[in-house]
Design a protein around this ligand. Structure first.
Ligand SMILES: O=C(O)C(=O)/C=C/C=C/O
Length: 478
């Protein structure tokens, strides 16, 4: 897969190529063009032209039809998208086949449908005398696209999370400039090819490749021609983007880091809680922002839960690698730190030896830890790998205090059979998303995002369409 920029409807490869390495076996798999500032400037200018021209003045019908053509285009090249995502990330093929590519198709279809469901609000009001003018008025609200939207998408779910932003941004009538992670350029290039064939006006969708600091990402998020920024990634990068955008008061939508807690009460279905925590801690080798890294278990079932979770972690076999050697080294440094801080390693704690070409890749062992204090860095800092720390609690209040004692607040799980407890506890967990007796069960219309250092705003359904458009109130005196 040859990664290319896509600017104003033209594929181009300006800029020095940087190497890409397979996370699966470490082999070099190609070069990616590093977009110079001029390419980013051209992309923003092309997007502005599209917004001022046919795309910005297009109607709901036309945009919904365009969303459906893009979804059909991805469907038609399904295997190519799977191949590209697996090549860039080393993930198990089944994950790309059952999650990544179907969700990309679903993202575009969801927003084609949601566009019709948006009643514009109108109020006929008898305006009280204190309002200048008074008398009767008709007030109604319409929504206008923001204009040019910068989208910075991450390496963990490259296609899923890029389209999770591109679909609503385009559906709302904006033009977009996408800068995918430098680690995962391939499905972004394929999407550009699909959109090129879907017949959107040139400049509606633009793609530039490159790194963040001092490169394409920074050029884009600090660009005066950008009207909004949507970003998923680490909280520290979010802070840097905010600083870079501050001079232009550019609105931001952020889905950032996490240190997601799981609360397992003694009355839980233990099989379900163990199965669910294996999924929430080790899916995609822990490289999903929603993954669990802190597990709190009510004391009567603590020992059995730890024993069972550790056994399941040791049984995992076909797990994928970390996205890069650098990220593999970061995760392994936390495994070392955990030992230095006094952790008991129940399972994993190192790098596996498969005895095949995977040993050239960036794999780490699924790991279960216990025995650390809440003040340990291992328990407080996001690791973003297949690792969780398990600690006991004795009361519901203590469970909530432990779960909420974090600078992050993205997602959480609560495992209990007690319906009253579920409804009492869930709203008190300081995360944007609380899953009860499940994990990552998704309805794309629901609000999705985090609190504290985990983000700003919500994505999903009307929440995305609201961020990607401006409400305009029109008041007509009757
Ligand atoms: O939108 C989703 O369903 C999803 O899995 C997002 C994960 C975000 C991780 O950074």
């Amino acid at each position: 897969m040859k990664a290319e920029h896509y600017v104003g409807g033209v594929f181009r490869s300006d800029g020095p190529a940087f190497p890409l390495f397979s996370p699966a076996d470490g082999a070099e798999i190609g070069g990616v063009p590093e977009a110079p500032r001029e390419v980013v400037d051209d992309a923003v200018a092309a997007a502005r032209e599209a917004v001022r021209g046919p795309w910005g003045t297009s109607g709901v019908e036309e945009r919904a039809a365009a969303m459906r053509r893009i979804a059909d285009g991805i469907q038609a090249r399904f295997e190519e998208f799977v191949d590209a995502e697996v090549a860039d990330t080393g993930r198990p093929r089944a994950f790309a086949e059952t999650v990544d590519v179907p969700r990309a198709i679903g993202n575009f279809r969801a927003y084609a449908d949601l566009l019709y469901g948006r009643p514009e609000r109108a109020y006929t009001t008898q305006v009280p005398g204190w309002s200048t003018g008074g008398g009767q008025a008709l007030n109604y609200t319409v929504r206008r696209p923001l204009g040019v939207v910068a989208i910075i998408s991450p390496w963990n779910l490259p296609l899923l999370l890029m389209t999770w932003k591109v679909a609503p941004a385009l559906a709302a009538g904006n033009a977009v400039v996408v800068k995918p992670s430098e680690e995962t350029p391939s499905t972004a290039t394929l999407l550009a090819q699909v959109i090129d064939q879907a017949g959107l006006p040139s400049g509606a969708f633009n793609l530039v490749h490159g790194h963040g600091p001092g490169a394409a990402g920074e050029f884009l998020t600090g660009h005066p021609g950008v009207d909004a920024i949507a970003f998923t990634g680490e909280s520290a990068t979010g802070s840097a983007i905010m600083r870079n955008a501050a001079d232009h008061i550019t609105p931001v939508s952020f889905e950032l880091g996490g240190k997601n807690p799981a609360l397992v009460f003694a009355d839980a279905d233990l099989d379900a809680a163990v199965d669910g925590t294996v999924r929430s801690s080790f899916t995609h080798s822990g490289q999903i922002c929603l993954c669990t890294e802190r597990v709190y278990v009510e004391r009567p079932i603590f020992d059995e839960f730890v024993e069972r979770l550790g056994a399941r972690a040791r049984e995992l076999a076909d797990y994928g690698p970390m996205i890069s050697a650098a990220h593999r080294d970061k995760v392994l440094s936390y495994y070392r730190l955990a030992r230095e801080e006094g952790a008991t390693v129940v399972a994993g704690g190192g790098a596996p030896s498969f005895g095949d070409d995977r040993d050239g890749g960036f794999h780490v062992e699924p790991t279960v830890l216990t025995g650390l204090p809440e003040t340990a860095r291992t328990v407080r800092e996001e690791i973003f790998g297949p690792v969780c720390h398990v600690a006991p609690f004795d009361t519901e209040d203590e469970a909530l205090r432990l779960a909420n004692d974090s600078p992050y607040g993205l997602a959480s799980t609560v495992w209990t059979r007690d319906l009253s407890r579920a409804h009492r506890v869930a709203p008190q967990v300081e995360t944007g998303i609380v899953w009860v007796n499940c994990w990552n069960l998704r309805d794309l219309r629901t609000p999705f995002g985090g609190v504290k250092a985990s983000g700003i705003g919500r994505e999903g359904g009307e929440y995305s369409l609201d961020f990607f458009s401006e409400p305009v109130n029109v008041c007509i005196q009757i």
